[in-house]
Design a protein around this ligand. Sequence first.
Ligand code: DQA
Length: 143
Amino acid sequence: MKKILIIHGPNLNLLGKRELEVYGKVTLQEINQGLEELAKQRQVELKIIQTNHEGEIVDEIGKTEAKAIIINPGAFTHTSIAIADAIAARNIPTIEVHLSNIYKREEFRHKSLIAPVCLGQISGFGAKSYSLAFQFAMELVEE
Ligand code: DQA
């Protein structure tokens, strides 16, 4: 079975309650349900995690057997050399996702330490950022 790992970083458990004008009303559970449905249609196995802890993300990337990774690193996007190193170490195609358009926001969000080790980044399409990333990840695992 083809496997995709989906990682939601810090504070994304609060979606639907958190800064609605920035992130919208959709909850993390709804996003995950949508992804599970897409995965079922395509016979892909998903592992989905949400964590507020940087080390846990590093551990997951280090041990995964997935063929592709979709990651929204939350605020760790802008700070985490450890997550970037973990992705670089594994050589698994990785797609960075953001609900908001990080380039339209505060300057400190304009820099992603994760982007240089990813295949690409999808930013600014709300919950749809995840389904777009999923579509591309499917192409990768079906290759
Ligand atoms: C985010 C953007 C980050 O800058 C922020 O810290 C988040 C969410 C997004 O999905 O838009 O927590 O990754």
